[in-house]
Design a protein around this ligand. Structure first.
Ligand code: ADP
Ligand code: MG
Length: 209
């Protein structure tokens, strides 16, 4: 689904150049959970951001379904970011002042779904991630694990084909970590799931490679 060929990325700050990515080539397919592990500062987040088009790169080629992304139109790029990729970050990227239901309904409403339909579908997804009964709770009232469940439900609502997770359990205790990883595994079917983690041994437990 995604192919990187000799990708390089540099960060330039005040005349100082940092290497973000050095000659990265890799292929990522649908239906696999790929873990990207390495020490802090090794370029994991940079790689994930470049793959998902949050960030740009300087040299090399990236292909999405055989098409080089450098030739994407603005509309293609927009569609890719908005509809193809779901993000799960360490610091729970939910809207804290919104309820769980509002958070999960958001991508559905953005897609043009009617309010009633979005609500019904969001309720199903909330149930699926184990948050039934918490629909009306605002983000501020949720535990870390619950926030991450909400983020996952919202990613599912966007019906993305790529799930990009950057240290998704980085702020969670070990019990909750296991629950969230199990949930990510459960919803990974038919998707490409990329999990960035500094913990190689944890990755062995859930990743296909
Ligand atoms: P990781 O996620 O593995 O901890 P990062 O992808 O965040 O690593 O960083 C990779 C390298 O790029 C590091 O050397 C880091 O200092 C550098 N880097 C990351 N973001 C920036 C930035 N915005 N400006 C300058 N250097 C950066
Ligand atoms: Mg990082």
């Amino acid at each position: 689904m995604i192919k990187l060929k000799n990708v390089n990325k540099f960060y330039n700050n005040n005349g100082i150049t940092n290497i973000g990515l050095h000659n990265i080539s890799l292929s990522l397919s649908k239906n696999e959970i790929v873990a990207i592990t390495g020490e802090s500062g090794s370029g994991k987040s940079t790689l994930l951001n470049v793959i998902t088009k949050i960030d740009n790169f300087d040299e090399g080629e990236i292909y999405y379904k055989g098409n080089e992304t450098a030739y994407f139109s603005i509309a293609d790029m927009d569609d890719f970011r908005k509809n193809k990729v779901g993000f799960i970050f360490q610091n729970y990227n939910i809207l804290d002042s919104y309820t769980v239901l509002d958070n999960v309904m958001l991508p559905l409403l953005l897609k043009g779904m009617s309010k009633a339909e979005a609500r019904a579908q969001a309720m199903l997804l909330i149930q699926k991630v184990g948050l039934a009964g918490r629909e009306k709770h605002r983000g501020t009232k949720l535990s870390g694990g619950e926030k991450q469940r909400c983020v996952i439900a919202r990613a599912l609502a966007s019906d993305c084909e790529i799930l990009a997770c950057d240290e998704p359990t980085g702020n969670l205790d070990s019990n909750t970590t296991k629950q969230i990883i199990d949930l990510i595994k459960e919803i990974s079917k038919e998707k490409l799931v990329i999990v960035v983690s500094h913990n190689l041994y944890d990755a062995y437990e859930y990743a296909d490679r």
